[in-house]
Design a binder for this molecule. Structure first.
Ligand code: IPD
Ligand code: CA
Length: 266
């Protein structure tokens, strides 16, 4: 299958999975468990949606690997791996805020974000009625419109960020926000990293930064940003919570230098 065909499959599955998530949300949400901390929740729908995605891939791409938030990793034999977050923005989902998404990426090579090459991606935000897609070399798209990151930020950058679930990390993350605000016109904390990155691709945000994301949070979004002409970097890879920065070239570079302590961004 070509990157375009894989992208079409990712989009089709993300659309179906998104509809299931939305339907379940309408029926009410039941909490299944808490994970790393009390704030880190999983709903019954997270599990059911991942199951649906996994079963569809098992039927349509039986030899491919899988890396999912809820059901873990399985190596494949084709060199391709599907990296899946069934519901990114679970806290929004549980609270009835529409900024949640199904994030599906297909990547080539070792199932390690530093080594894989993104092939295609789909991020479905069913409550918002939007489906973002990208395929390697073919650009990033929303409803037939080609996406492009922003180039100019004369009034400062509109940035997205997020915070981890562990309260012990909040002070450090807030100190980082203080530093990054020197280059910002304003800040958004939407609650789904996959949507944040889709918005960077769409030029709705100029840039994004967050520590401690998992591969399924950013795999699809990073493909979208790069295919929309932007850049994505992961920094401090040996740290417990590596930093991810994304944006158009200029914003990405300024974020990168502020985060690494080299400048205030002006
Ligand atoms: C979370 C969201 C959130 C980000 C957290 C992630 P989840 O994913 O992407 O925006 O700030 O770091 O863990 O838990 O809702 O799938
Ligand atoms: Ca997530």
């Amino acid at each position: 299958m070509s990157a375009v065909e894989l992208g079409a499959l990712a989009a089709d599955i993300a659309r179906e999975a998104g509809e299931l998530a939305k339907r379940r949300r309408g029926e009410g949400v039941s909490l299944a468990a808490t994970k790393s901390t009390l704030a880190d929740i999983v709903t019954e729908a997270d599990r059911e949606v991942e199951q649906l995605i996994r079963e569809r891939l098992r039927t349509e791409r039986p030899g491919d690997g899988f890396l999912g938030e809820e059901t873990g990793a399985e190596r494949g034999s084709t060199g391709l791996t599907w990296v899946v977050d069934p519901i990114d923005g679970t806290v929004n989902y549980a609270y009835g805020i529409g900024a949640y998404s199904v994030s599906i990426a297909v990547v080539e090579g070792e199932p390690d974000p530093e080594r894989w090459d993104g092939v295609a991606a789909a991020v479905s935000a069913p409550a918002l009625g939007e489906l973002f897609t990208a395929a390697r070399g073919e650009g990033a798209w929303l409803d037939g419109i080609r996406l492009r990151v922003t180039d100019e930020t004369p009034a400062g950058a509109l940035l997205g960020t997020g915070f981890g679930y562990d309260p012990a990390t909040h002070d450090g993350d807030l100190a980082m926000v203080r530093r990054v605000m020197t280059m910002a016109r304003d800040l958004r904390r939407m609650g789904s990293a996959a949507i944040d990155l889709s918005y960077v691709a769409a030029g709705r945000l100029d840039g994004f930064f967050e520590r401690g994301l998992n591969p399924w949070d950013f795999a699809a979004g990073a493909i979208l940003v790069r295919e929309a002409g932007g850049a994505v970097s992961r920094l401090e890879l040996d740290a417990a919570r590596p930093m991810l920065v994304a944006g158009g070239a200029a914003v990405h570079d300024r974020l990168r230098s502020i985060v690494s302590g080299a400048g205030t961004g002006g």
